[in-house]
Write a protein that binds this ligand. Structure first.
Ligand code: PLP
Length: 397
């Protein structure tokens, strides 16, 4: 089972390490010589439980998850993640305070925007703390306003949680670090979508109430989402759920049972049928990362890849337009357009001829997007950077 190493820059589902897929392919057919594949056995069997426990342990190691936090997995993706976060976190706030407060949203791109819209659709109270388009000279997503411009919006206010998307996959905008004014608020739970940058860089888990990440970019196949949650939040949800009358009075919707975090945790991520093959692949990705220097090494490599690609595009800045403020350029999704009209199709065609694929920008933004997730090699990025430089030289006149 082999393949030529791809140079694939798709935004998701994305490329995974070939060695992981080779091992997974064998295990899909005959896991540990059971005569059955890993996806064919009961999700409550000893072997499946071992996969769940190992995945949790490996993730804990990779991210130094403290004892204050629990790790669990749930069917679904990023959308299931932000829908379920909204009801669970509002419920937790009721458990902690006996009241409701809006969920606050820092809107820096289409995923945080969608998360806020979804919470509002569920008839939960929300507040957009800022929408970065209002601070942007072009009125577009592509920058993150300085804290001094919005910190007063949270001063003295209560929020059941504050939500942000650490890496906006469509717009290529990534928070360089958590905003200090939020970190300083011990009474606010920071809830973050790390779907497209989990395990790409070190993060301090103790600062987060919840981290959620869909698998299909840096850590696996579509269909599974991971969560890292403060244990006190789980306790507060259970406390509120024991008082259904109060939840009804405060108009807080009941979370569907398969997405109720305390229930999922109590059942070790197997309340309902967890896709165990998908989780096994995630664990193989974790193990692969542990064997190759962990997140620290991966972060260095990701920095190097981002420097190579942004460096090449910046050098040809007469030809390429990079719409994102350098202060918050994503190290995962490099978004760019051509300044000259009429060359987009040719760019993709000539790139494909060099076996560089998956470069088309998101349909809502246009242009190009090179996703350089963990599994994309430095060599692939160098090849793309050279192609971009050559293409600019060839078509500049
Ligand atoms: N959040 C982010 C940052 C994403 O990039 C995506 C999808 O690309 C989502 C959420 C939604 O994920 P899904 O399609 O798995 O629901």
């Amino acid at each position: 089972l082999d393949r030529e190493e791809p140079n694939y820059f798709g935004a998701g589902p994305a490329q995974l390490p070939t060695s992981v897929l080779q091992k997974a392919a064998v295990d899909l057919i005959n896991y540990k010589d059971l005569g059955l594949g890993i996806g064919e056995i009961s999700h409550r069997s000893k072997d499946a439980t071992e996969v769940i426990n190992n995945s949790k342990e490996h993730l804990r190691k990779l991210l130094s998850v403290p004892d204050t936090h629990e790790v669990f997995f749930m069917q679904g993706g990023g959308t299931t993640g932000f829908s379920s976060l909204a009801t669970n976190l509002m419920t937790a706030y009721v458990g902690a305070t006996g009241t409701v407060a809006p969920g606050g949203y820092l809107v820096t791109g289409s995923w945080s925007q969608k998360a806020e819209e979804e919470a509002a659709r569920l008839r939960l109270k929300t507040e957009v703390i800022f929408d970065s388009r209002k601070f942007d000279t072009n009125g577009k997503f592509g920058s993150i306003p300085d804290e001094s411009k919005w910190a007063d919006k949270i001063n003295g206010k209560k929020f059941s949680y504050v939500y942000l998307c650490e890496n906006e996959t469509v717009h290529g905008v990534e928070w360089p670090s958590l905003p200090k004014c939020l970190e300083d608020r011990e009474d606010i739970e920071i809830v973050a979508d790390l779907s497209s940058d989990i395990l790409s860089r070190k993060v301090d888990i103790s600062k987060y109430g919840v981290i959620m990440a869909g698998a299909q970019k840096n850590i696996g196949l579509a269909g599974l989402t991971l969560y890292i949650i403060k244990k006190s939040i789980l306790e507060n949800i259970s406390k509120a759920e024991a008082n259904d009358e109060l939840l009804a009075k405060l108009n807080v919707p009941v979370t569907p049972i398969a997405f109720d975090y305390p229930i999922v945790v109590k059942n070790n991520s197997a309340y309902n049928t967890i896709p165990i093959f998908t989780l096994h692949i995630m664990d193989l990705v974790f193990q692969n990362l542990l064997e190759h220097g962990g997140v620290e090494h991966q972060e260095k490599e990701n920095n190097q890849k981002a420097e190579i690609l942004y460096g090449a595009l910046d050098k040809s800045s007469d030809f390429y337009n990079l719409p994102v403020d350098p202060k918050c350029r994503s190290k995962m999704n490099v978004v760019f357009t051509l300044k000259k009209d009429g060359l987009d199709d040719l760019f993709l065609k000539e790139a494909a001829a060099e076996k560089l694929t998956g470069l088309k920008g998101h349909r809502s933004v246009g242009g190009f997007r090179a996703s350089i997730y963990n599994a994309v090699s430095v060599q692939s990025v160098e090849k793309l950077a050279k192609f971009a430089t050559d293409f600019a030289q060839k078509h500049s006149k």
